[in-house]
Ligand binder design. Structure first.
Ligand code: NCD
Ligand code: ZN
Length: 336
């Protein structure tokens, strides 16, 4: 294959951060994606309609010159109970999903929740108002490689208690999570990142310590990566792209207490083309990056297109002050 034209991809899980960095991260994202769902674990967290309004304006301001078509959908942090009125106001400012972080499991989750049932009053309202619930599915006190598996009991319970609530288990990383989502009703879906399709724990600590591959949930055993690949390449509409592109400055990653997160936005789509092509599943790429996610969220499918050509692209050592996935190497596809 020499070139491929696909709808401009959607990213249903991205971190655009805040302040000056936001402008750069948003601009980079807007060149790769037509629409993104931005995560709320900024500092301070996104929890009010006023904050959402300002955040959206900042993102659109940063991207309007280079990508005027770029659309951003927002999440808010489910770190307390919200009233129906608050939820309605958040919706008016572009929120389509609430994001749940368990206490302490990832970047900026010190305000996370210790007992998900404490939030059932709000979760019931999310169901009523037709929001999506996005879950960071890791159990705080479990052993690091078991955290996702241990969380799955909460997922099953939520799906049962709130049968009309759409739930996304974010960035799945284990065979057990893939299996659970497969077996739960159609209201439960999962996002898949580029890095969890590619990496295992070996790529973080198997040889030299690779801080730029360190992220939550941790990439796990080869069997887990293979299970994630199997569902991604299956054409099952429950599984779609959410890159979890999570940039931190080079200094914050290369230090004695490094931050978790892989900066994948600059390379996500060319890498996915290669991965789907090598798996012999190129015909399924379009739905994975620009179909199933939109369908699940109830958004119209993207009509704009983008073409990638098979031409090597050298990935810089840093992009926007952060080290991207595949930094310093050549990847196979480039946007036309
Ligand atoms: C994310 C971040 O840095 O915001 N980090 C990560 O390792 N994935 C948060 C998250 O999605 O867990
Ligand atoms: Zn994330």
């Amino acid at each position: 294959m020499k070139q491929i034209t696909i709808p401009l991809p959607d990213d249903f899980h991205i971190h655009l951060r805040q302040g000056d960095a936001l402008r750069e991260y948003a601009k980079t994202a807007s060149l790769q994606f037509g629409r993104v769902l931005a995560m709320p674990n900024t500092v301070p967290p996104l929890t009010t309609p006023e904050q959402l309004k300002k955040y959206r304006e900042e993102i659109l301001d940063a991207t309007s010159a280079t990508a005027p078509h770029f659309e951003v959908y927002l999440t808010f942090k489910l770190n307390k109970n919200y009233s129906e009125n608050e939820l309605t106001e958040l919706r008016k400012q572009g929120a389509i999903a609430a994001k749940y972080y368990p206490f302490g499991v990832t970047t900026n989750s010190q305000d996370g929740i210790k007992n998900i049932e404490d939030l059932y009053p709000t979760i019931s309202l999310l169901e009523k108002l037709n929001f999506v619930l996005c879950l960071h599915g890791e159990e705080p006190n479990a052993f690091c490689l078991d955290r996702e598996k241990e969380f799955l009991k909460h997922l099953s319970k939520l799906a049962k208690e709130f049968p009309n609530l759409r739930i996304v288990l974010e960035h799945i990383s284990s065979a057990e999570a893939a299996e659970a989502v497969l077996n739960l009703p159609a209201t439960v879906a999962a996002t898949i990142t580029v890095h969890h399709l590619i990496l295992t724990l070996d790529d973080i600590i198997g040889d030299s310590l690779m801080p730029h591959h360190f992220c939550k949930p941790l990439p796990k055993f080869p069997k887990d990566r293979d299970a994630v690949r199997a569902v991604a390449f299956s054409g099952n509409p429950k599984f779609f792209l959410g890159t979890d592109s999570a940039p931190h400055t080079k200094e914050k990653k290369e230090c004695c207490c490094g931050a978790a997160g892989v900066y994948s936005a600059p390379v996500a789509i060319p890498i996915l083309i290669t991965e789907f092509e090598n798996a012999g599943k190129l015909e399924l790429l379009e739905n994975f990056v620009a179909g199933f996610g939109a369908d699940f969220y109830g958004l119209p499918r993207q009509t704009k297109k983008i073409t990638y050509i098979k031409e090597n692209q050298k990935i810089p050592e840093t992009v926007d002050g952060s080290v991207p996935l595949y930094a310093g190497t050549e990847i196979l596809y480039s946007p036309l």
